[in-house]
Structures are given as structure tokens and as C-alpha cells.
Design a protein around this ligand. Sequence first.
Ligand code: NAD
Length: 455
Amino acid sequence: MDINKLLKQQQAFFNSNSTKNIAFRIEQLKKIESLLRSNEALLYEAIYEDFGKSEFETYVTELALVYHELANFIKNIGKWSKKQSVSTGFVNWPGKSYVIPEPLGNVLVIGAWNYPYQLSLLPAITALAAGNTVVLKPSELPKKTSEVMVNLINNNFPSDYFCVVEGGVEETTALLKHCFDKIFFTGSTAVGKIIYKAAAENLTPVTLELGGKSPTFVMADADIKMTAKRMVWAKFLNAGQTCVAPDYVLVEKAIETELLEAIKAEITKHYNSDSIEDNYLQIINTANYERLVKLLNTDNIYFGGQTNSENRFISPSILHQVTFEDEVMQDEIFGPILPVIAFTNLDDAIKKVKERPKPLSCYIYSKNKKTINKILHEVSFGGGAVNDSLMHLSNSHLPFGGVGLSGIGAYHGKTGFDTFTHQKSILQKPFWLEPNLKYAPYSDFKLKIIKWLMG
Ligand code: NAD
């Protein structure tokens, strides 16, 4: 595809002002919704072919969020796009001041593979809702889902408004050479740095949704059964290939064995049927499968550890007696392996977490308000949950994004709309009054009045 031509066409379409019309935007969002709903069977088929993901998990973790946000935007973009009056102050009296939310222009969205629909479509529809044009580059790893998005979008939308461009490193590198008005990237921290550098060439603003090692604190006063239930669901969903999955557990020594047993019981309950290999999600590719299998090459397996290279299957696995120095604690795991580290002193555990890059998420299981507040106060992370895991991202009132090496910027709901919007600030004055105070020749008297007026 000729990217230069595509971008020129998108710039021309944006400059025609069509996307600034709210009715136009709502019509496009409704069209996307109807396309997705009428082609759901195709979407399910493609993702099953890519990594064996079931219709249930696809609906719950990919499409439900997209539908929810579409409805949210259709309902609210009129309100969010209105100019907002702000106070003016005496110095500019009798003027008035207001802020006009305006679309940024031409947006490039680069998606990750682990939730191929959600992580591509959610930022894309948010950018469209805010009145931008979009070039979407999904991950090249899940081939079928990428293909289905190309067909759905490119056959139903004009490319000067919304277009999917397929490809890997080479194609993304080519896209990054062009001057977009915004780049929204989801992926690893290492590639995030490449995107940030490329964007800097054109001073293009970026949102970087990255990864990291998200800790889970489990205190002795927690409801252990419920903790295990919620944690096991969040960790082993999508075979652990979730950016906000609990990466590792920090548990108070006193309840270590009880928690390990509770996690084991939960895994056994949900993932231990004879057909588990057929029903459990595959690891996305051989490289990731082999990386994960190496992490299981340890004496610390408490439960699980079964692997099958033929279908890239790794059973939900728990590691115990893990230390911060172990290999599994060096990088984001991004697979169904849960290391558990016991601690006796919360301050030491917090210190260890803070020695590492700021995580995307953090989860705290405790009934003690003081402990919860202490961790929330002392540990910096993107977002998280108390007595739950992962579910914070299902609330579109909560901005979703990282901090430090786990990301820059946020989206979901109104925050997402603002991410793709420029707040244009205007002071507007009538012609009938203009005191001479600020004009030369200056005098002590004028200065005195100015100081009195301005403080
Ligand atoms: P990735 O960084 O390898 O790839 C992401 C995108 O970047 C893909 O579209 C890919 O084609 C492109 N890309 C890869 N290498 C590139 C290069 N050298 N130059 C230009 N573009 C390049 O990430 P991934 O493997 O798809 O996803 C896994 C990572 O993403 C994990 O670290 C995970 O935590 C993170 N993630 C974050 C979020 C979030 O919302 N914060 C969501 C999902 C995944």
C-alpha cells in the first residue's frame, strides 16, 4: 500500500471538516457496531483459528468492551464535543473564555496480538468518536483476526477515513516515517521506545500502552478462597497472555501454604478436565512457547507444569519458593505461570517492588484499610484493584494506562475521547472597551494599578 498517498487522502478528508460533524461520527460508530454484530461468527472463527480462543472468552474479553464503548460514545460524544465556558477574570473583562474540544487529525493505531480485536478496535473507535481519521495496523501474529479486520473495515469504509494496513516490523517502520497527528501504540516496552523515538522526529504526541510485571499482594487477613478464585481467573484467562494479568504473587508467609493450596484447588476446579488441552488457549507462537517452557525448567513447580509443543499448550502452573533473583522474576511472564513469593515484612516486599520499573497494574487482597492505603500510597503503578484482579479495566469511568516504563497516557471512556482531542483555548472580546493600562508610555501609576489588579 502506498502510505504516502493514503495519508494525503486522509489529510484531505480531515480538512474537509466532515469528521467534525457529530451526526457523521455517530453514523460511523453505528455502522461499525452493526458490521461487528452481523459478522460475529466470522470474528469467532478467525480468533479460534489463531489461538483456539472460545466464543465465550472472545465475547467477554474482546467484543463486550468494544460494544460497551460504542454505546458510550454514541450516547456522549455530542456532550463531550461541546465548547465549555470557563471563567475569565477581571483583567480581561468584559471578554469571555471557552475551550473547544477539537479532533487531532490523522491517527495511527498500532495494535498488540493478545486481544487482537479489542486492542485494535477500541483505540480506533475512540479516535473516530473524537472526530479523527484512522490508519489501523493490527499485530501481524494472529493472521486470521488481522485478515478479518481488513475485510470488514476496508470493504466497508472509504480508506481516506478508516483503513487497516497489515504488516510487521517493516511495514510499521514505514508507517512511522510519516507525520501523523497522533500515534496510539499497544505493545511491549521495548517496541514502545522505538515508537516514541520515531514519533519524536515529527513531535507527534503518543499514547503508549505497555506492559510490565504486575504484582499481587495477599495479606494474612484476606479471604483466601475468594482471593484464589479471583486471582486464578485473572491470571489464567487468555493463557496468561494479558497485559494486566497478575504477574507474580507476594504473600504473607503465615498463609503461604493455605494460599498455594487454594490456588491449586481453583485451577483444578476450572482447568483440570480431560479435554483441557483442547479447550485451553494456546500460546501465540513457538518463540513465546519456548520462552515460557524455559521458565518451567525449575525445581520450584508447585502445581501444573505440563506442556505440549504440538499445540503450544502450557497448563496453568504455580511456582513456589521463588526469589526476586530467579529467572521468572526478570521479565514480564505473559503466560500461564504464576510465581509465588512469601514475605514476612511488608516494607521489604514494597521495597522490592519499588526497585523495579513501575508496573502497569497492582492488586491488593486484604481487609485492613491501613494496609491497603499503605500499598496504594507507597507503590506507583498504572491502575489496579483491591480484592480483585483485572476487572478495573471493565469500568470505562477509570482511565486505563501505565506509568513510567508501563506506559504514557491513558484511554477508555471520556479519558479516551480526550486522548484523541485537542483542547483549543479561546479568549473572546468585544470591541467597545480597551483600557490604556498595558500600553506605553508606562508610568508608576499604571504599574501600581496593574499590580493591584494582578496580585
Ligand atoms: P510488540 O511490542 O512485540 O508488538 C506490538 C506492535 O508493534 C505490533 O503491531 C508489531 O507489529 C509492532 N512492532 C513489533 N516490533 C516492532 C518494531 N521493531 N518496530 C515497529 N513496530 C514493531 O508487543 P506484542 O508482543 O504484540 O504484545 C505483548 C506486549 O504488549 C506485552 O508486553 C504486553 O504487556 C503489552 N500489552 C500492553 C497492553 C496495554 O494495554 N497496556 C495490552 C496488551 C499488551
